[in-house]
Design a protein around this ligand. Sequence first.
Ligand code: HEC
Ligand code: HEC
Ligand code: HEC
Length: 430
Amino acid sequence: MRFLFGIVVVGLVVLVGALAYAMRYDEMAEITPPAASTFDRALLDKGTLMAGMGDCEVCHTRAGGEPYAGGLALPTPFGTIYTTNITPDPETGIGKWSLEAFTRAMREGVDREGEYLYPAFPYNHFTKTTDEDIKAIYAFLMARVKPVKYTAPETALPFPFNIRLSLAGWNFLFLKKGPYQPDPTKDEDWNRGAYLVEGLGHCGSCHSPLNALGGEKGGANKFAGGAAEVWYVPPLNTASLAPIPWAPSALVNYLFDGWDKQHGITAGPMTPIIRHLYDQDEDDVFAMAEYIASFQRPIEQAKVDDAMAFAKAREWNPDAPTKPADPALQKGATDFGRLCANCHKLNGQPVPLGLTTTVNMPDPSNVIRIVIEGIKPPPGSRDRSMPPLLVNDGDLAAMLAFMRAQFTTKPAWTNIDEHIKAARAPAAGH
Ligand code: HEC
Ligand code: HEC
Ligand code: HEC
């Protein structure tokens, strides 16, 4: 028996080894970095926009570092992954990469030398990009990005994740190679939106839940919400937590400006995404809104009116914040009145908190981060900033319990103290 088992194991090892060998990629030849003058202006302008759509700069720039030079630490369940230098520096960046090598990286997640890249680089989305847009991004990186000599820290994941060849298996399961194929049953705008959201926008990499292997769940779980560092990422499908469902026009406001009067403001890791959308062609952002809106539940006017009336009655009511019926919530109410209500008050400028997804989420982590770091709004809603506030843990916990009870119809948050502890830990990543 044991002998047979041994043969089977050896056979399997040989088979896996042979398969992995067959899945190896070849190195692609080095080139002399192309001169900026070889790219035409229209291509470069398009590349500038499409690189913004792909948030290349967001991930490939570390705090205080030069744009696109890499070195940002991305925390993943498998360990810390560092972004690389994608400036056109020939030694430490991608200056020696041909368009073919760059296209292969975007489509198949493999570097110029033929080494597999980790899917923390969202090539499972970027693969959907057309040849033309990939060429435009390449031109932009080569001609408009300043070459920077900098080598990012090496990514060293623990065994077995340090064996990059094992990503052949991940790709087999989760990578559907090749450009986006339009759905003929949908209109042109929807398809354009789908192309951008599913491709360069890589929205699902944060907004869809991941399975144990780090692959995005699909079907009913598509856009069902996820996590980004300590931030809760809200669902963008029928499970949306927004008290008023997202209409296409509200999505346009939010994606361009980061703010909508029925939904409130953007915060945390969503902010740099919005900052890049601000510069995009209007038609493209409208198309993305149309696509996302097609995942929303239908809007019933009566429910919208109810949600609005509820939020105003609970928040824009001078007596409410200081006098909740439940004695356990009175300290929180007093603290909120002292620290928050001079801005978040009767007919105040900010959207009633009860209308925001932020206080309607299953956990308070985003509210906690917002109180700690404040809100630095993107260009479209520049004047809506909130300063970071110094609040001790006890006061914060009391306010969170009060806000949840006062502004929403959702069950009380549990484990508030643990969430405060986690959110206070130094923020990694973006
Ligand atoms: C969510 C973060 C993220 C975004 C957004 C992102 N990248 Fe990356 N990228 C990474 C990480 C992480 C790596 C390194 C992966 C590894 O070490 O296996 C990487 C690696 C690369 C590489 C391989 C470079 C090398 O030297 O091996 C290229 C090329 C690249 N990215 C281009 C881009 C472009 C172009 C965009 C925008 C369209 C982009 N990336 C957006 C995270 C990101
Ligand atoms: C790096 C992770 C990340 C990526 C990528 C990302 N988002 Fe977000 N998104 C978030 C987070 C976190 C929030 C919650 C922000 C907050 O609390 O204000 C959010 C909020 C939103 C909301 C508001 C939802 C609500 O109910 O309030 C919309 C709409 C949205 N994102 C759309 C998109 C679209 C479209 C894309 C792709 C272009 C995208 N996001 C990509 C992290 C991400
Ligand atoms: C100096 C004014 C100011 C103070 C003080 C202030 N805020 Fe804010 N807050 C704002 C502004 C402005 C916004 C942006 C929202 C808008 O304009 O709709 C905001 C947004 C928020 C949001 C995000 C809502 C969303 O749209 O998702 C939360 C949560 C929040 N504040 C909580 C608090 C809490 C809790 C306190 C007290 C501890 C507080 N704020 C104190 C001005 C303030």
